[in-house]
Each structure stands twice: as C-alpha cells, then as structure tokens.
Design a protein around this ligand. Structure first.
Ligand SMILES: [Zn+2]
Length: 393
C-alpha cells in the first residue's frame, strides 16, 4: 500500500490528531475548529484515499451519534535506534503502537554498512511476522550529533567511519519508503511526547543517560533542534579543567564524569584503593568492572559504589539546575540509567535541583524516570517518520 502525503494543512492536522488515537467527527471538528462542511469534505477525501477509516460508532453525545474514525490499518512505521553496542528495531501502526520489537548486540565501530544492513534484516523478519509488505516511513536514532538535513552522522566521536555515510538514503533505498534520521536523545524525547509522561506537557526536557549523555527538548509542543541541530548536545559541557579524560579529547566533560565509562572508571578506583571490598572482589574475579557491577554493588548497599553513583547524580543535578532555569520545562524525564540505579540517581538529582533552583522554575516541576522501558527510542523514531509523512510537503 503506497501512501501519499496529505493534500493540504487540514488533512495534515487531521491525520496527526488521529495518530494519537481514534476520534469522533465531532471531536475532530471541535479540536481543529473546522466548519462541518470543510471537515466532512476533508475526511471524505482522506477515507477515499485510504488514509482514514471508520472504527465504529462513538459514544453518543446527546443526540446524534458520531462515527469514530482512525488511521487506516495499512499505515506501518518502522523505528530504529542505534546505540554504541546495540541496535533496536520496531514496527508500529499508524498510532505508533509497537506491534513487534527486537534488539540485539551490534558494535557501531564495525561501520555503518554492517549496522544498517543488520537493522534492515531485523526489520525484514518483523515485517514477515506481521505481514507488512510496505512500510509508510522509517525513523532512525543515532548515538551522536546528526546533520538532519543531510541524513548523516556529524563529527561523531562514538561513530568512527559514519561521517560521510548517508544513513537516511541507505534506509530509504533498502526499505523503499521515506527515511528520517536524528540524534537518539531527540527521538527519545519524541517518544516521551507521544507515549510517555511528556504526553501532557508542551514544554519538557528529556535527559538521556548511558554510554553517551544527551538531552532532547520539546518546546511549545515541538522538538527544538536549534540552528544547526545540536540543541541538547550537553555531553561535553565542561565541568572542570582537571577532570577525567573524555572521548572527545578534552577532559572534565559531563559525559566523562557521568557517562557509563565515567562511573566504571570511578568504581575501578574505589575497588583498587580498597574503599569498596565488594567491587574489589568483583574486579579480582572478572578482571574488569561493568555498569552492571556498579549497579549491583550500589543496590546491595555498598557505600563506596553508592558514593560513585551519587557523585555522578550531583553533577547531573547541577547541570539540570542551569537547564531548568534557562528553559523552564514543565517536567524533566530521565531515561537510560542502568537497571537498579534509577532511583538512587533520581533521589540525588531531585535533591540538588529542588535545593538550588528558583522556586518559580521548579515549584511544580516533577523530575521522573521514564516509564517507557526501552520503547521511547523506537516510538520516537516512528513519530519522527510520521511527522514527515503526515506533513503537506
Ligand atoms: Zn567530552
């Protein structure tokens, strides 16, 4: 099923509203402020073109019953999220409900051809399972700054060899549908906006933790990319001249302290200096430490491991104080912490932000962990594709 773009802005607004779920004609008219004549004409046209279908009768609202409409069943988006060590793909329906999702280890250092090829293969399996012959669009999140207009990674320290590779064009050619590429924190923010706690906020900030640290900003209901697409790229904010060395070549960056490698580095120091017998025992046994070891020790109550995590959280909190005072978000959503660490991080981040921020900025602002459990990225990537496909040009 080949789908064509909306013919005008009314149709574009209608399909975007239906992306959030079925609605009655009356509701659609109310929300968009369209006359009954215009609404009927545009909806009839969308039905005729196979974009919208009747989902059954809506609840009666005092008198005339109104038919419930939804996006046509043939609309299928794909979401792809590339992490430094993993690739996740999903297929969604037009409302961006995940119909099937799969992930597997993948090393981005093997280069874009192999990672993109593997993502396309995995999508092929999901499409076969679901019987999806044609995708409506695919969105892709990459772990680093992205040149959105070119559809490529931009100067990526974590993506060596990807800089001149046309990620967008490769997916579009392989899958035969429009493809869009953006930074992973941005697509996760879009996922939170669609299906997470960000759903009811026009202005919010999504903080992505993990190997790389990034931030996605939704302002006035739209993703804010900035003038060159690097808005929210906070991983290399300088926190101290003589801090730990960073992948970017500088030292003392936020990511060098609070990214996974930074926490593991601090945990190794705690193990080697005897401050943490638990981490020392694990190091002796395994020869190295991972984020899982740090999380296991911290959640088991090891004081030195907890100090490592709290120190990182305090630094993140201080950066958030600046961001919150500058952008005044309605909520801060934190995603990506290693299992078990979320609540330790959250408690410390909250303490710093609420103590150090102006009451007007944070008085009613919640700071919460994402509740999307790994779906934020693929849902957001699908939403990125839908924004393009549901636009008029
Ligand atoms: Zn750096």
């Amino acid at each position: 099923m080949v789908l064509v773009r909306p013919e005008n802005t009314h149709q574009s607004r209608l399909v975007r509203l239906l992306r959030d779920g079925p609605r009655s004609r009356v509701e659609l008219g109310d929300v968009l402020g369209l006359s009954r004549t215009t609404l009927t004409a545009e909806l009839d046209r969308l039905v005729e073109r196979g974009r919208v279908e009747t989902a059954g009768p809506a609840a009666s609202r005092g008198g005339r019953r109104s038919a419930l409409l939804r996006l046509a069943g043939g609309v299928r988006f794909a979401g792809v999220v590339v992490a430094p060590d993993r690739v996740t793909v999903a297929v969604t329906d037009g409302e961006l409900n995940v119909l099937a999702q799969v992930d597997e280890p993948a090393d981005v250092r093997t280069g874009p051809e192999s990672v993109v090829g593997r993502a396309v293969e995995l999508l092929g399996k999901l499409r076969a399972e679901l019987g999806v012959s044609q995708l409506t669009g695919v969105g892709v999140g990459l772990p680093g700054p992205v040149a959105v207009d070119a559809g490529t990674a931009a100067s990526p320290p974590v993506l060596p060899g990807w800089q001149r590779f046309g990620v967008r064009d490769a997916f579009a050619a392989e899958l035969g549908c429009p493809a869009l590429v953006d930074n992973d924190a941005n697509v996760m923010a879009l996922g939170e906006q669609h299906a997470g706690v960000g759903r009811t906020f026009d202005d919010f900030l999504y903080l992505k933790l993990g190997t790389a640290i990034g931030c996605g900003l939704i302002l006035g209901g739209r993703l804010h990319r900035g003038s060159t697409g690097s808005a929210g790229d906070i991983g290399h904010l300088p926190l101290g001249e003589d801090g730990p060395a960073c992948v970017c070549g500088e030292s003392g960056c936020l990511e060098a302290y609070c990214g996974d490698a930074g926490l593991v580095h601090a945990a190794l120091a705690a193990a080697r200096t005897g401050r943490s017998p638990a981490l020392a025992a694990r190091l002796a046994e395994a020869g190295t430490l991972t984020m899982r070891d740090v999380a296991a020790a911290a959640t088991a109550g090891d004081p030195a491991a907890q100090t490592v995590v709290r120190d990182a959280a305090r630094r993140l909190g201080r950066v958030l104080v600046g961001l919150v005072s500058f952008f005044n978000p309605g909520i801060v959503v934190i995603g990506g912490p290693t299992d078990g660490l979320g609540h330790i991080l959250l408690a410390e981040i909250r303490a710093v932000v609420y103590r150090r921020s102006a009451p007007l900025a944070t008085g009613t602002m919640p700071i919460v962990l994402s509740d999307l459990a790994g779906r934020a990225g693929v849902v957001g990537a699908a939403r990125l594709a839908s924004e393009h496909v549901f636009a008029t040009d």
